[in-house]
Design a protein around this ligand. Structure first.
Ligand code: PMP
Length: 357
């Protein structure tokens, strides 16, 4: 605590990203990064951009990248905005669409843990909607008075999807409130709501290039929605920093989106590995939640998650453990390469056997 801090800074509990220890080489299955490199075309585009134009500010409205994103969705530039990672766009949603003195916004009790941090930072009141015992969202919770809604679909850290018909019901009931759908993981098998944008001006879909495009290091996310919502985001962006997405990021991201063949190949590879690892873990007796993402959320009936987490770490394998009621016997395991996952499976089998003795 410092006497120089504002009340907000004193009260806030900042988000804690997955650890990145430097003491040895780890197999990193703890931050849902993509184990494969980005398209070679991305690197070439970044090299060119660096050679030619780094002394100039980037395009403050990111028009060519926005066009590249809009076109495969059949949307227009005015329906797209870009951000320094989707985290930035999610943060901008709070001052853009939610009221500090208004009704509480709604999000799940188990979901992306950045949402309550933004709510505290921007002093937006919020209410948690509990997931049921199977980690499903209850649509009825969102058919009540509220100041706005945030849903991660597929959810994190469970990986479970919300059916489109439920999303549609929620959008129809909340026509006067903004519903933000965080589709960070949708490319790995979720049902996207982008097709609903034309009918629902209250819908904003937020995506990222960090996972399915192997570009976590470039920091690019995008938001899709009606013109009014996109303009709201831009107003906030232009009140913070005109150039949140730098030249290299705009050039690299554009090429990643254009190289659809590479994107499809990497995505299918991860889904195949995920499904194989899920059935192996089930054979070991794990409860494995049905995942539509690039990670698995798993729990073992005998070996506590905390022990598994520690023992895996000792063996150089990092996974994510959340010390939170309701999920503190689960591990979130990002999908790595087949080789990495085989080492993970071997280590898990060994630990579970030893614990059972
Ligand atoms: N939403 C969810 C649900 C996430 O898990 C993440 C990754 N931590 C993000 C958004 C943010 O991704 P990025 O800022 O890298 O685009």
């Amino acid at each position: 605590m410092s006497r120089f801090w504002s009340q907000t800074t004193k009260n806030i509990k900042p988000y804690v990203p997955g650890e990145q220890p430097k003491d040895r080489k780890y197999i990193k299955l703890n931050t849902n990064e993509n184990p494969y490199p980005p398209s070679p075309r991305v690197l070439e585009a970044i090299r060119l951009a660096a050679d030619e134009t780094l002394r100039l500010y980037p395009d403050p409205s990111g028009d060519t990248l926005r066009d590249a994103i809009a076109s495969p969705f059949g949307l227009a530039r005015e329906n797209v905005y870009i951000g320094n990672g989707s985290d930035e766009l999610l943060a901008f949603c709070f001052p853009a669409f939610f009221e500090p003195e208004g009704l509480p916004i709604l999000f799940a009790d188990i979901t992306y843990s950045f949402y309550p941090v933004y709510a505290q930072l921007f002093r937006i009141p919020y209410r948690l909607a509990p997931l049921d015992a199977q980690f499903n969202l209850s649509v009825e919770d969102y058919l009540q008075e509220n100041g706005g809604i945030l849903i991660a679909n597929p959810n994190a850290p469970t990986g479970m999807g919300v059916p489109l018909e439920s999303i549609e019901k929620i959008l129809r009931y909340n026509e006067n409130n903004v519903v933000v759908l965080d589709e960070a993981y949708v490319d790995f098998g979720g049902e996207s709501s982008v097709g609903l944008i034309a009918r629902f001006p209250n819908l904003l879909v937020v995506r990222t290039l960090s996972k399915s495009y192997s570009l976590a290091g470039l920091r690019v996310g995008f938001a899709l929605g009606g013109k009014e919502l996109i303009e709201g985001i831009i107003r906030v962006k232009d009140s913070v920093n005109s150039y949140t997405v730098d030249r290299l990021a705009q050039a690299g991201a554009r090429e990643a989106i254009r190289d659809d063949a590479y994107f499809q190949e990497i995505k299918s590879k991860i889904v195949r590995t995920r499904n194989r690892v899920a059935s192996r873990l089930e054979n070991f007796g794990f409860r494995v939640l049905p995942s539509q993402a690039n990670f698995l959320f798993v729990s073992h009936p005998q070996t506590p998650a905390r022990i598994l987490f520690q023992k895996l770490r000792e063996q150089g394998i990092l996974v994510r453990f959340f010390d939170k009621p309701g999920i503190d016997n689960f591990l979130r395991v990002s999908i790595g390469t087949d080789g990495e996952m085989d080492l993970f499976l071997k280590a898990v089998a060994r630990i579970c056997e030893n614990e059972a003795l």
